[in-house]
Write a protein that binds this ligand. Structure first.
Ligand code: AMP
Ligand code: MG
Length: 496
């Protein structure tokens, strides 16, 4: 065992100061035999955690919750939430425990949370544990999202517990150390609003402002401004998802973070073939959280958030509702703005033109009709921009090759109306169109190899490839390809 006088993690906890209404204090339940699968060096450096000062065994006992470090004040947060549109008044961290917070090297506050760390008062019928598959999935996808430039919680450590967890079959147990700039959810506000606890709601809102939106502190109606800022971050987040073909899968209000980060990687998936109504989640029977429904759902969730802070916005109920409604209505405009500016960038357009909407929509239409691969289409457009001969690689993504040619004619005409060089645009385009995304069949292969054969090689390799998603790196072409027919993943599962 290494001995060091240095403090392994410098905790600086603020949430715990809100008081006991907001959480239950408890330690993680120890596990048999924690063994590190993956430690994120870059992230630990950013968090000011020096991995060198302790052995892997020590880190395994820390990130499994077996050993509680000085300064850590473990707790499970309480929240409520709308799950698939139905209000559940009492939820909370049922299999997660916040160890505490650290200030990173950009002076930002971060939560360190263990997921799969045992039963809490909010576990309901659950066992408080996580299986290795979902832990690896969250590690892969959250880190890929970060590399894609999308706000997200991150993964610091994945480990196995040496204990079984019982789902439909017996699976290896695991714990993920999740890092977030904050874990407060729309559902956290709902919990207190449902209990008409205005004091707690105010305290929580002030805390969120201090932590995530300090710029609104000095404004005239800071709670209304908070709503607007949250709305903007959520609008930006969902457009970023959609620009890379990401489907969250379970956008319940308890899975929407006030920080504007993507949180809760359950049945999420990236689509291969473009389809507006695409759903992967096995429990999303009505397609509520389909690819194309996501923007609307964000607005619905924002309205639920707004309801919780109405008494803070104005004492007069009607007036408060009117003010909040105006902000919620602004969302559609904001979403359209972010959506089209991102799509323009994906097409290499530097200026905006009223006809762009048509150009973008008609591309999506032919992609859907012809079952074109989302990521490959945009990636190959980057090449076709520089060399028309590359059109051949696009044509063969479309069932009807002529559909692409017709569209490309309009695209080139539009490009020719801008007086910029293709070289200049190409930079912009390559930066907006990833080469690799965590394709479902790759994620599944990595997970299956680990769970069934204890072979973590494919997991390691996938994480590595996904860490630079905008670069075409030699030897990685297999990761760019869509699944063969027999490799296609049709459904994803929460794994809880
Ligand atoms: P999720 O679908 O992951 O957003 O979880 C919804 C709710 O179920 C949250 O309150 C979780 O804490 C809880 N939950 C999920 N899985 C488990 C589990 N294995 N044990 C206890 N609670 C769980
Ligand atoms: Mg959740």
């Amino acid at each position: 065992m290494k001995t060091s006088r240095k403090i392994p993690i410098c905790f600086d906890n603020s949430f715990v100061q809100l008081g006991e209404k907001f959480y239950a204090k408890l330690n993680p339940t120890p596990v048999e035999q924690p063994k590190i699968v993956k430690l994120n060096d870059d992230l630990s450096y950013k968090l000011g955690i020096d991995l060198e000062i302790l052995d892997l065994e020590d880190w395994a006992s820390i990130f499994s919750g077996n050993r509680i470090l000085p300064g850590s004040e473990p707790l499970a947060m309480v929240y409520a939430g709308h799950q698939f549109g139905h209000l559940v008044p009492q939820l909370g961290d049922g299999r997660a425990i916040l160890l505490g917070e650290v200030i990173d090297n950009s002076s930002c506050r971060n939560d360190i949370q263990l997921k799969g760390s045992g039963i809490t008062p909010f576990s309901r019928q659950g066992d408080g544990r996580a299986a290795l598959g979902p832990v690896l999935r969250e590690y892969i996808v959250s880190e890929a999202m970060h590399a894609l430039g999308i706000p997200t919680t991150r993964s610091l450590c994945a480990l196995t517990t040496g204990e079984p967890v019982y789902r439909e079959t017996v699976l290896p147990g695991a714990v993920l150390t999740r890092i977030a700039s904050g874990h407060i959810r729309i559902g956290t506000f709902q919990y207190f609003a449902l209990r008409d606890d205005i004091n707690a709601t105010t305290k929580l809102a002030n805390y969120v402002i201090e932590r995530h939106y300090p710029e609104v502190k000095e404004t005239q109606n800071k709670y209304l401004k908070l709503l607007e800022k949250v709305m903007e971050r959520q609008a930006r987040l969902v457009t970023k998802w959609m620009h890379v073909g990401f489907i969250h899968g379970v956008m319940n209000t308890d899975n929407m973070a006030l920080s504007g980060e993507t949180i809760d990687y359950g049945p999420c998936a990236f689509m291969d073939t473009f389809k507006m109504t695409q759903v992967f989640s096995s429990i999303d029977h009505s397609g509520r959280y389909s690819y194309g429904n996501q923007p609307q759902i964000v607005q619905w969730n924002l309205a639920r958030f707004a309801e919780t802070i109405l008494p803070l916005i104005d004492k007069n109920k009607e007036k408060a509702a009117e003010m909040a409604k105006e902000v919620i209505e602004l969302y559609s405009e904001r979403f359209q703005e972010y959506w089209f500016s991102g799509m323009r960038q994906k097409l290499g357009l530097l200026t905006s033109d009223w006809e762009d909407k048509n150009l973008i929509q008609s591309l999506l239409n032919i992609m859907q009709e012809n079952e074109a691969d989302f990521t490959l289409t945009f990636n190959r457009l980057c090449h076709a921009l520089l060399d028309k001969k590359m059109d051949k690689n696009l044509r063969n993504l479309f069932k009807d090759e002529g559909a692409y040619d017709n569209w490309a004619e309009g695209w080139r005409l539009r490009l020719s109306r801008e007086s910029r060089s293709n070289k200049e645009r190409s930079k912009l385009m390559f930066a907006a169109n990833p080469v690799v995304i965590p394709r479902n069949h790759r994620v599944e292969h990595a997970i299956n190899s680990a769970v069934e054969n204890l072979d973590f090689g494919p997991f390691e390799r996938l994480v590595e490839v996904l860490s630079s998603p905008y670069e075409e790196i030699e030897g990685q072409s297999e990761f760019m390809l869509p699944p063969k027919h027999e490799e296609k993943v049709l459904q994803t599962f929460c794994g809880t």
